[in-house]
Design a protein around this ligand. Structure first.
Ligand code: ADP
Ligand code: ADP
Ligand code: MG
Length: 495
């Protein structure tokens, strides 16, 4: 069913994700409306949009978090859909309700699904109807400290105290031993209150060497659900992802099917609509445990787009328009391998702390199988008010090794001067034996990464990188010479 509905969509976000959503809107012939703060007057998302409206001063609570103002702008300009991106208002059920009440389509799930999954405890309860393994822990908010200690002892230290409303890697505390529990709990509750406006915290067993594996799902308004394979996101700092890939180096077709089906159950449990992600932890024995569901487009969605050949923003819009999913589970492709590096304005040599400044030089790599989703241009200043992610560097290869090589090539071609970024860190990871062999977990950074390691890496960089560059160049040359349709002809070069 194709409807003509949705001719004009407002993107309630900024940075790379606003730019990326606007790209799909334009490809679909939809008028793209941007909103911006005073700090973002010259931003790329404003330039790329068909129309743009000022929200207010730079701080998020005076601009990108002003739901009512955004809805007002949408109404005044005949917008018929709002895409929230990720972060900001994307997981705010009240905003979604207000959008719907204003007769505008919210491009995302129903407010109730967001409410359930946005609260980790409510999510666990919702999912518990189905036979889905969960990390051992408490199933309600901790109120009594002594009772908390008893539970923690029963589960066994180390444990994790988690904020039910947490996100973006924030609101988690590892407690190694009983003596530390009281103090850590108090701090966790205070932090949760101030950061998320909700002091509810709970206990989870701390899985010591897990991998983070997540499933992308898609659901329409007619009860159809599919899964679009997994992404592995175990390379993290501060419990937040820096490098993601699809597929995972360790997931077999059997496990993929089990994970996918579990994810679909999670989505069904909250009556989900649109694109969403179900996150799992996986232990050494490949047992998996439900972690949470993110009810929005995920930062790392491009790696799934590369291996499935789909445009997830386009699918979100089709679903929001009321179209039926155009494919069944068996139609979902898994071709080749894709890796994403989040290019943060951070200094890896200084605990990944934000590194602000002006992009004196900013040149993106270009080429086959290289995609850069970015919100910046040379000469722009990186504002201190928002997430310090500059861009995402995404590559594709016929297999994992090819993808790693292409990533190394692209990192070398990416020129950023004026502030520190995670590019060198990305190179360190791509060259590390544990990553190359696929034998790693969420402790990768803690276990292997040091200031010295990155320096050594840079010193030997010139020779190794030159080799990769030559190889990549030769491959591209050969590709130009070979007929375009003969895909297989040049693949052999890498074998
Ligand atoms: P993803 O979950 O898509 O892999 P992140 O964990 O990095 O990516 O989160 C995406 C964005 O959403 C980031 O800008 C992060 O700061 C923000 N975010 C996620 N959850 C929350 C939350 N509960 N409160 C505040 N910000 C959040
Ligand atoms: P957020 O909402 O901040 O994304 P998650 O629950 O998804 O929070 O967890 C983020 C990351 O924290 C995971 O990818 C993992 O690295 C780590 N983590 C979360 N729960 C556990 C756990 N029980 N044991 C070990 N690590 C965990
Ligand atoms: Mg998460």
């Amino acid at each position: 069913m194709i409807t003509n509905y949705m001719k004009k969509v407002l993107v309630a976000n900024r940075g790379e994700i606003a730019v990326r959503v606007i790209r799909s809107l334009k490809q679909m012939g939809i008028v793209a409306v941007a909103v911006y703060s005073e700090a973002d007057r010259d931003a790329l998302h404003v330039k790329n949009a068909d129309e743009a409206y000022l929200l207010g001063p730079a701080p998020s609570n005076q601009s990108y978090l002003l739901g009512d103002k955004i809805i007002e702008i949408a109404k005044a300009n005949n917008v018929d859909g709002i895409h929230p991106g990720y972060g900001f208002l994307s997981e705010n059920a009240e905003f979604a309700t207000n959008v719907t009440n204003a007769d505008i389509e919210f491009i995302g799930p129903k407010p109730d699904s967001m409410r359930l999954m946005g609260d980790k405890l409510a999510a666990k309860e919702t999912v518990s109807k189905y036979d889905i393994p969960m990390v051992p822990g408490t199933d309600s908010a901790l109120v009594d400290i002594e009772e908390g200690i008893e539970v923690a002892k029963l589960i066994g230290f180390p444990i994790l105290i988690k904020a039910s409303a947490g996100g973006g890697g924030k609101g988690m505390r590892i407690v190694e031993k009983e003596e530390d529990f009281r103090e850590q709990l108090k701090m966790a509750i205070n932090e949760a209150k101030s950061a998320f406006g909700n002091g509810a915290v709970f206990i989870e067993k701390y899985i010591t060497s897990p991998r983070h594996i997540e499933i992308q799902i898609l659901a329409d308004k007619h009860g159809n659900y599919i899964y679009l394979n997994e992404r592995e996101c175990s390379i993290q700092r501060r419990h937040q992802k820096v490098i993601e890939e699809a597929p995972s180096a360790i997931v077999t077709p059997e496990i993929r099917k089990k994970l996918g089906e579990a994810a679909v159950y999670v989505a069904k449990s909250c009556d989900y609509i649109g694109a969403g992600t179900v996150e799992f932890l996986m232990d050494e024995k490949l047992n998996f445990y439900f972690l949470e569901m993110n009810t929005r487009l995920q930062v790392e969605h491009p790696v799934t787009e590369y291996i499935t050949g789909l445009d997830l923003v386009e699918e979100q819009i089709r679903v929001a328009r009321g179209e039926t999913l155009r494919f069944n589970q068996k139609d979902i492709a898994l071709n080749g391998h894709s890796i994403e590096l989040r290019v943060y304005a951070e200094d890896p040599e200084n605990n990944f702390l934000p590194s602000i400044g002006t992009l004196e030089t900013y040149v993106e790599p270009k080429g086959d199988n290289i995609r850069v989703d970015s919100g910046f241009e040379q000469g722009m200043e990186v504002p201190i008010y928002y997430d310090p992610m500059l861009s995402k560097l995404i590559v594709y290869g016929n297999d994992r090794i090819e993808a790693i090589n292409t990533m190394l090539y692209a990192i070398r071609k990416y020129k950023i001067k004026g502030l520190k970024t995670t590019l060198d860190f990305g190179e360190f990871v791509m060259k590390h034996n544990a990553f190359v062999s696929g034998d790693f977990d969420t402790n990768f950074v803690k276990e292997y990464f040091t200031k010295e390691a990155i320096k050594e890496n840079i010193q030997e960089e010139s020779t190794v990188a030159a080799l990769f560059a030559v190889k990549h160049y030769m491959k591209n040359q050969k590709k130009i010479i070979e007929p375009l349709h003969d895909h297989g002809a040049w693949c052999g070069l890498n074998d």
